[in-house]
Ligand binder design. Sequence first.
Ligand code: 0X9
Ligand code: ZN
Length: 265
Amino acid sequence: MFSTILTYEENVSKPVVFIQSLLHAREWVTLSATLYGIRKLVEDGSEVDILQDIDWIILPIANPDGYVFTHAESRFWRKNRANNFAGLCAGVDLNRNFDVHWGQASSGISCMETFHGPRAFSEPETQAIRNIMLEHSDRLELFLDIHSFGSMILFGYGNGVLPPNGLTLNLVAVQMAQAIDAVKADFNRDYIVGNVAHVLYDASGSAMDYAKVAGAPLAYTYELPGMRFGVGALGFLVDPDFIEQAGMETWEGIKVGARHVRNTF
Ligand code: 0X9
Ligand code: ZN
């Protein structure tokens, strides 16, 4: 019987890049994209610089109970499965539960898709993500929260106020989007870059905004493309032929962000 013990020595001189996906349960293609990136990073051997010079923290399934529920019961479930608060309905929108402007642009009604929970950080999932961010806050340089859909790279804050480094946030996001748009393939979408409240809608208590106040200079919400011509919930489905491309082009964008961090840290 063999056992392999992998020891990992944290090198505190390296920047941290933290990537998560599936905070929203129904956004399945985001998991494929994250797994594609992990594989490229560790098996491909072509990205030696960012593999060696960055500490990667990757959380592929940030909302595990919700994800199981989308397989077992309801394909378009968004929230987690919490049901321990007064009210008829289960589930907290984890991307409204972080302690940053909590409760300002979200719902206090448990049956709503954007229910922010009974209090900030009421949920074990958001507590775990917060703890990762705080543990590494001194060198957390890039946080990517991968969602779908919309073909967007968004930055904060969710109330429309730009952080002091707003120009840098915009510049790096544009470079990431250009790398994605440079991929010539069957399902091309034009990516939009901007402040989330300006291009999408106001939202409080997001993981992205919390990463920013926890100290990450660069924090983005990636909205991967949905099904072509898909509207409403259909956007959370993608053509199976697109899944591999989604991983590949998302990884092109992530690499640009990671190299920016590597070269400027
Ligand atoms: O509404 C969301 O949580 C995200 N869009 S989604 O369709 N995947 O649900 C966007 C969140 C962007 N972040 C902030 N608004 N701060
Ligand atoms: Zn989402």
